[in-house]
Design a protein around this ligand. Sequence first.
Ligand code: ADP
Length: 509
Amino acid sequence: MNSLAATSTAHVAATGVAVDPDLAAILDSSTDATFHLDSAGVVTWRNRAARRMLGRIDGDLVGAPFVDALHPPDAVRFAKVLVQAGAGARIDDDLQLQLRRTDDQVVPVVLTLAPTSAPGEGGGWWVVAFDLTERRESQRTLAESERRVRRSEALAGTGTFVVDFGASMVQWSEGMYAIFGVDPAEFFPSFSAHLDLIHPDDQDLVRAALAEVLAGRTPAELDHRARHPDGSTVWVFLAIEPTRDPDGRVIGASGVCQDVSVRTRAEATAREALDRERAASEELRRLDRAKEEFLATVSHELRTPLTAILGFSSLLRATPTEHALLLEPIERNAYDMHQMVERLLDYSRLEAGRVMIEPRSVGLAEQVRSVQGQLDSALAGRTVEVDVPDDLVVWADPDALQRILVNLIGNAAKYSEPPGIIRVCAGPGEQGTVVSVADDGPGIAAEHQSEIFERFFRVPGSTRAKRGTGVGLAIVRQYVELHGGRVWVDSEPGQGSTFRFGVANGDGR
Ligand code: ADP
């Protein structure tokens, strides 16, 4: 501006009010509004940008005092500045005023004022007005976006920082001060001050990550603890990456911190709960295994003396004795116990997954007859009606099939009273053959009909009076399922029960 002033000074002095056409052409091409005022502050010339800025047509302002173009409150201020500058006072570099357009809109400008001759010599003035509208607008937008960033940082508990090696400068956003619990008025962020706020046990971790980033190797992410000046500790997530110059050299770093104490605490609680649960379920499994092993051992050990009791009592029966009558309860009880031990053994083998079935073609009627023989004393006083064709062949493991029938026919006998009728039938069904065992006992209420197949479940009420362990039907279900079939019951209290299971036909279909 000073050289411009010097050039034009001579020219204006020579011409009075006119401006050299070359200079006018240069000034007309500028986007800043430029005015030439005489020593009294009257406009003698203005460039095109000035006319655009003020919305005036040619001649409007030329010949009028410049203050007419100013917003009235600023006119007085400008007039004063002009008088002081005319008396040789220093001109303020940053004269922010408002111009008034012809449509009464106000344009914020910064004015630069330069004399056309040496101060005090009574020359004129060059006035250049730089339109601040856009700058103000971008300042407003910037302030608004900064406000938004601050708000989201506060909401998310995040903060950002920038490290500039060249300028040895560290900048923190507001969120950083909140995360590290320090007062922005008192804390001066620097590299070492930042590290000092990190928990001593985590400082090496953070230093190592920073070293990696500063060596330009990789962005880093990690969780570390921070110590607040009040002694409390918070968990902070830190993500940091290098910043580079256009040649790719690392010139600093920028990063994000987030207070993750709540998340970390919740994760730790969930982890502890999970660990506790795992330990508890492992302990349960261990106890379960111990129980199963115990059950298997006890059942096995009981079986040997029971077999001996049953064997010797049948020998005694063959030997005429005056105490023959006493033999019957001994045999019956030993037999019941034997059945129970067999069930427990079955159960523990099935639970341990040690049962392998070997299905083959088996005559069903023959199997039923064999089971009737085994249950001879249990069936005493009952009529067993068997409606199974002699030539009906099913695809099953014979031992497993017998265990199924022993349990179902045994239950039918156990839970009905003599003289009851037990019907064993077989007919075609969805899985080949459906075998049914029906009794005229007490029946089973609908709500218990699926539970009875669960291990250890016994229907509350009268049937509890019968001896039992609650594993018979669970065994039946497992054996049937090993054959790929299913077992179910149709029953109504007081109407007897019919248990049915499906088994494939003898040819494996
Ligand atoms: P347990 O007979 O040893 O109790 P089960 O698993 O064989 O065990 O049977 C479970 C329960 O189902 C029995 O306790 C009984 O309440 C009921 N139940 C089984 N079969 C019959 C039946 N034929 N009639 C009535 N209730 C039965």
